[in-house]
Design a protein around this ligand. Sequence first.
Ligand SMILES: C=CC1=C(C)c2cc3[nH]c(cc4nc(cc5[nH]c(cc1n2)c(C)c5CCC(=O)O)C(CCC(=O)O)=C4C)c(C)c3C=C
Ligand SMILES: [Fe+2]
Length: 489
Amino acid sequence: MAATANSAVPPHVKVSGSRLRSANHNISISCPAAKSFLSINCCSSEGLRDHQDFSFQASSISSRNFSDGRNGVSGSYLGASVQKRSLVGQTFCSAGVCTFGEHALGSPSHAATERVGVLLLNLGGPETLQDVQPFLFNLFADPDIIRLPRPFRFLQRPLAQLISVLRAPKSKEGYAAIGGGSPLRKITDEQAHALKMALEEKEMPVNVYVGMRYWHPFTEEAVHQIKKDSITRLVVLPLYPQFSISTSGSSIRLLQSIFREDPYLSRLPVSIIKSWYQREGYIKSMANLIEKELQSFSKPEEVMIFFSAHGVPVSYVEEAGDPYRDQMEECISLIMQELKSRGTNNDHTLAYQSRVGPVQWLKPYTDEVLVDLGQKGVKSLLAVPVSFVSEHIETLEEIDMEYKHLALESGIENWGRVPALGCTSSFISDLADAVLEALPSATTMSTTSTSEDDTEDPVKYAINMFFGSILAFFLLLSPKLISAFRQFL
Ligand SMILES: C=CC1=C(C)c2cc3[nH]c(cc4nc(cc5[nH]c(cc1n2)c(C)c5CCC(=O)O)C(CCC(=O)O)=C4C)c(C)c3C=C
Ligand SMILES: [Fe+2]
C-alpha cells in the first residue's frame, strides 16, 4: 500500500527557510482562527492571509471587466482590453513565438520576443480504480484540504494515509459506477486544445499546459514543461469559476512555492486569473445551457432550477475568509438575471453537495433540499452543477445517480440535469478573452511565504513533535475522534 502511495505522490518541491515578503504584501490582517475541516482548534490566520496574498497579484481583471461589460463599457481594468487590441494589433506571431511592440506589454525600451504559455489548473482524478487510494492520499495530504494546527502538522501525511484508506472503498464504488475512473484528464486536455485553437483564432498563438493538483499530469510536470519550452510570459487559469482556498487557492499556493525556489520561474512574468464566475461569456454560456435543457420539459416554466455547488467546510468561509460562498451566490444571481433578461422567470434555489468528514459544511445540503422540495410538491426540477466546468464523479455519479434517485423517491416526477460546459465554444472563446485581457498585467510571482514550515527551526520542530505526539495519542483514544473518522466512510 505504501509503495503505491509513494509512487503517486507528486514530485517533491522543497520549500526553503527563506521567507521573502513581497513588497506588495503590506496588509496586516488578524483573523481569529482558521480551523481544519477536521475541526481541530487552531490559532493560525493562514487562510485569510493567504487569500490576501493571492489577491494582490492575481488578476482581478475579470471582476472589473464584468461590471464594465454589464454597463456596456468596452474599456476595462487598467485598460486591459485596449491593450489587448494593441497587443494583437502589434504582434508578429509564428509558431508560438510572438513579438510584442513595446507599448503592448509595457517593456521599457525594446520590443521583446515572447513565448506565451497558458497554464490550466485543475483538480485531477484517478484514471483507474487502483489510482483511487493514492489519489485520495494526495488530496488529504494537502494542508488546504485538511487544515491542521501547527503542533499537529507532522500528522498530515499519516492522517492522509489513514483517511484515504478508510475512504477508498466508497470512492471506488463511485468511480466504478462511472466506468472505472475520472474523465477529468481527458476533458481538461480537450479544453486545453480548444483554448489553444480559440487563441490562435484571436491571433495569439500560445502553448497551453495542464497542471493537476492531485493526479497526473501534476502541476510540477506542467511547470517542468513550461521551463523546457522557455516560456517568457504565463497566464495561470484555474478551471474553477469561483475561488476557494481548497481549490484554486491550493493550486496557486503550490505554484508560488515552486516558483519561489527557481531562479528562472521567479523572474517569469505571470498573470493569475483568480476567479472568473462573473465574466459575461461564462454567465451567458451557463444561461444558454439552462434555457436549452428547460425545453426538454413539457412545462418548462414550472421547472425549479436547482443549482448544486460543491460544498466547503463552513470554517473556510467564516473563519479563514474563503470568498467561495459569496462568489457562488453572486454567480447564481448573475445567471438568473441573465435568464430573466431573456424572459425566463423560473424559480431557483442553491444548495451544496459532496460533503466529506465530520464538520459542518456550507448549507443547505443538496440531499436535504431535494427531499424538502419533493415534500413541498415541486414536480419538475433541473439540476445545474455550478462549481466546475467538466463532467466528473460528482455530476455523473452523485447528481445523475444518487440525487436523481433521491429526488424521484421524494415526489419529484420530472428530472433534468444541465451538462457541464466542457468545450462549449462560447465558453472557451470567453476563456480565451480572459487570457488576452490578463496577459499585459503579468508580473513576477510573489515571493511571499505562504506557509510557515516547522522544520526550519529544529528546536521548535522537536518541541512541536513532543507535545503534538502526546496530544495526538490522547486524541486518537477519544471516542469523539473515532466517530469523526467514521464520517469519511
Ligand atoms: C469547486 C469545486 C470543489 C471544491 C470547493 C472542493 C472542495 C473539497 N473537496 C473535498 C474532498 C473530495 N473531493 C473529491 C473529488 C472532487 N472534488 C472536486 C471539486 C471540488 N472540491 C471535483 C471536481 C472532484 C472530482 C474529481 C474526479 O475524479 O472526477 C473527492 C474524491 C471523490 C470522493 O471520494 O468523493 C474528495 C474526497 C474536500 C475535503 C474539499 C474541501 C475542503
Ligand atoms: Fe472535492
